[in-house]
Each structure stands twice: as structure tokens, then as C-alpha cells.
Design a protein around this ligand. Sequence first.
Ligand SMILES: NC(=O)c1ccc[n+]([C@@H]2O[C@H](COP(=O)([O-])OP(=O)(O)OC[C@H]3O[C@@H](n4cnc5c(N)ncnc54)[C@H](OP(=O)(O)O)[C@@H]3O)[C@@H](O)[C@H]2O)c1
Length: 332
Amino acid sequence: MRAWLMDSYEGVEKLRLDEVPDPQPGPSQVVVKLIYAALNPADAFLAIAQYPAKPKLPHVLGRDGVGKVIAIGAEVENAKVGDTVGILRGATGVDLWGTLAEKVAVDSNQVVPVPQGWSLEEVAGAPLVYLTAFQALTQWSDPPAPPSSGSVLLVTGASGGVGSAAVLLGKSMGLTVIALSRSAEKGEKIKQLGADFVFNPNENGFRKQLLSAIAPKRVDIAVDSVGGALFNEIIATLGYGGRVSVVGRSAGVVPEFNTATLFFRRNRIGGVSVGDTSPEETRANWNEIVARLDKLGKRPVVDGVFPFLDVKKAFSRLAQGPMGKVLVKIAD
Ligand SMILES: NC(=O)c1ccc[n+]([C@@H]2O[C@H](COP(=O)([O-])OP(=O)(O)OC[C@H]3O[C@@H](n4cnc5c(N)ncnc54)[C@H](OP(=O)(O)O)[C@@H]3O)[C@@H](O)[C@H]2O)c1
């Protein structure tokens, strides 16, 4: 089969398309012949050694995908040859070879059917970012649960994979959703997704406008994938007991953070790690995500689809800031 090989930790520009032996299924694995794969910023971070996993080389990136099962291991009970399946977050593309290849061997507990009525494109890129947004929204109670209906949610980087997922899941939970995007064009699309308010975080006075739009309420929960200088602005919008789920830091480190900003409204900050759930929890969360989107009548957003040979162009598009997921078409 053909696969995009990562021979060094020098970035996705150095990926190389080559022939490699077909994967064989382990006892609990299935081999999926991929139709679409989806990109995540973590692939690009892993390729420059800015990710906890340091798989041995050559490696194949790609954590999301959809395709047909073409072989199964002796112990597999939940899938059969010929099934069309999506792939949930697991070791795929992290410690094991991933989906930027014509075929991939994955643990059978990672594969799920294509939800009824969803296109292959919609399922290809959804699992990782929706599981992330779901954890970010539900992690504040024990056991995890959605915030109470009517709460105010702030989503940064709302046009991105995680951001657009947080907007839709937030609406499915009855939250008032405030979305931030630097782009007016993407802002319009985020409104169409159902966000109640969209603001440009680069515009002077955006925080004042945001707070007057929701007054006398303030933000109850923020899902932040941007960080950088915006992080302090987010903290300043929180109400009493307001929480920030920290997903990413596309804008880099927070230049200066005064811990005193957390004191008087008893605010809390918590990290999100999509890989930190058991396969059973991951499946249960995925099933809830699908049910929520179905009830809302919405589907995951696809930014665009690139041919298999144009994986590097697809990574460039991802780096620009997409509207939804960037996919790679691998086969018909
Ligand atoms: N912790 C976890 O488990 C986990 C899981 C998934 C993702 N992540 C991380 O979360 C981040 C977002 O992931 P994603 O898949 O949503 O990425 P994405 O699809 O590339 O979207 C990120 C969005 O953030 C905004 N953005 C990008 N660079 C920015 C900058 N320099 N300043 C301000 N805004 C910026 C852009 O929105 P606008 O152009 O609309 O402003 C962009 O669309 C990444 O860092 C990723 O690694 C973490």
C-alpha cells in the first residue's frame, strides 16, 4: 500500500509518499481500507516533536478516518469484513501507524458504524474534535455531566474543529453560546451553526461588547483552544464559579498571568486531554455526541477535501485556520 511516511521530526513538509507492506490485523484489530482521513493540529505538532508521544520512525500520522473493514483478527466480535466504519481516538497515528495511508490496522474497540444519515465526510473528521469538545464541556462534574441548561458558554477559535464542535454540542445542551473568530466570513458561518453571539477577539473593546450582550449574566464555562494573550480576556469574562477548559494554545503561551484574577469569583482552570478516557467511555461519549447532533438536526462541518497526493497542501490549509475539518480523500 501507499503511505505518507514521517522519517524525521522535521515537520509535515518532510513527509514522503512511499510503498510499504500492507498491515495485518492483530488478534483484537481490524484492517480498514481508508476512504477519507482527517487532519488535526496534533499531527503537525507530533511531526516537530512537540507532542508527548515520540513514536519510532518511520511513522504514519493521522488519527481520524473512515473506510471499509477488509480483515479482522481472531478475537474481533464487533465488526466484520465489508462494514463501513469510522475510527475513534486511540493509539492510531499517535503510537501506532495512522490514517494517512491506504490501509490502517486499528483496535476493534475504536471502530464505530457511520451514524445513520451522516455522510462519510461528516464522520471522517468528527471523532477526535467532538470527543475533545465533549470532555471540555462535561469535565466539571463528577461523574462528568453537561453544564445546566441556560448557562453561558464561550468558545474561542470557534471556526476550528474543536471550536465548531463545542458550538454545536453547547447548543445541544441548551447553553447560550458566544463564539470568537478573527474572521468576519467564518463568523457568519458560525452564526448559521447556531451561535447566539459572535465576536472578533482582535477588535478593540470586544470584551465589553460581549459582557453587555449577556448582562447581567457572565460566562459560566469557556472552551479555549487559542490561549496566548486572549487567555486573560477569557478569565475576565467569567462569572462567579466560572470555569475554563483549556484545550489548546494555537496563539502560544499566555504572556503574563495574574493568579489573583481567579480569587474573587472563585474561577477554575482545567486541562482537557482527549486521549484520557477508556475505550468504553470513549464509545459512550461518541454515542451521546451522535444522539445530540441528531436531535439538534446538525452535522459536523467539513472545511474541504484534498486529494491523497496533496497531503502537504491540506496541512497548509489547516495551519491557516479552517472552518471545520480538513479532510484527505484516499480512495473512492
Ligand atoms: N487537549 C486535547 O486533547 C486537544 C484535542 C484536540 C485539539 N487540541 C488542540 O486544540 C487546538 C485547536 O484544535 P482544532 O482542531 O480546533 O484546530 P483548528 O481546526 O486548526 O482550529 C483552530 C482555530 O483557532 C483559531 N486560531 C488559530 N490560530 C490562532 C491564533 N494564532 N490566534 C488566535 N486564534 C487562532 C482559528 O479560528 P479563527 O480563524 O476563526 O479565529 C482556527 O480556526 C490545537 O492546538 C490542537 O492541538 C487539543
